[in-house]
Design a binder for this molecule. Sequence first.
Ligand code: G
Ligand code: G
Ligand code: MN
Ligand code: NA
Length: 253
Amino acid sequence: SDRKAMLLQALENDEFYLLYQPKLQLRTGKVIGAEALLRWEHPVIGTISPLDFIPFAEETGLIRPIGEWVLRSACKQNKMWQEMGLEPLTMAVNLSASQLFQGDIAEKVENILKEMELAPEYLELEITESMTMDVEFVLPMLRKLKQIGVSISLDDFGTGYSSLYHLKEFPIDTIKIDRSFVRNCTIDAKDATIVKTIIAMAHQLKLEVIAEGVESKDHLIFLQQNLCDEGQGYLFSKPVSATGFAENMRAFE
Ligand code: G
Ligand code: G
Ligand code: MN
Ligand code: NA
């Protein structure tokens, strides 16, 4: 189809790029990681959001080469930042469902880390609950990935289905509280309770917890008071280019 040809061409013509958003340790205010976020710059249409092409890329199988491009580029960038002398960061990459259903995803990840000479502790994979339909197949994949030494976070936590089941079964390291709960946590008692309860549950399960969509000083204070480990959001930085990110890091230091 036309759309498939367009996506293939995008890969060939280097129309994809990544933006990076910092993750901060809330206790210290230190930047400890980054999330890589995919963008498509089409020569005629302009910037296209992953929301508008990832589902199609999944249907057509093109998510495989695109996902591999994202992993390789994000790991390469992380290595470059280390070589520039920035404090080492954990780079988070979003994995889509069909990438986890590739039988060889762990080998792919391992090869990319080797190729980039990046230690596995500096890579984190964000998975969403909607993708976790077939636990029996996904679980061995996640275990293999964990064996390599990368970490795994459960993205958009609380919005998927049977969240607690996944929390129990999957070898995850971090819960990402969905930004829909964070948005009104300082003004809505229900959201406040949900956020506090997710933080407490994460800690009792010996998991780290990060809040997404931290947009205000009030959000930050609430999250710090409730001992949320990390935060990510427009208050700290919107997603920026690799160059912009490195400049911000230097400014933070
Ligand atoms: O960056 P933005 O908010 O526009 O991202 C929109 C959605 O696209 C988010 O849900 C995010 O997780 C997803 N996304 C961003 N980059 C990638 C990527 O490289 N791979 C996949 N599968 N999803 C991504
Ligand atoms: O689903 P995922 O968490 O991967 O989506 C990340 C997306 O969230 C990015 O596309 C980014 O643009 C968006 N985002 C990041 N910080 C904020 C924020 O503070 N507020 C809102 N509304 N969106 C954010
Ligand atoms: Mn994410
Ligand atoms: Na999310």
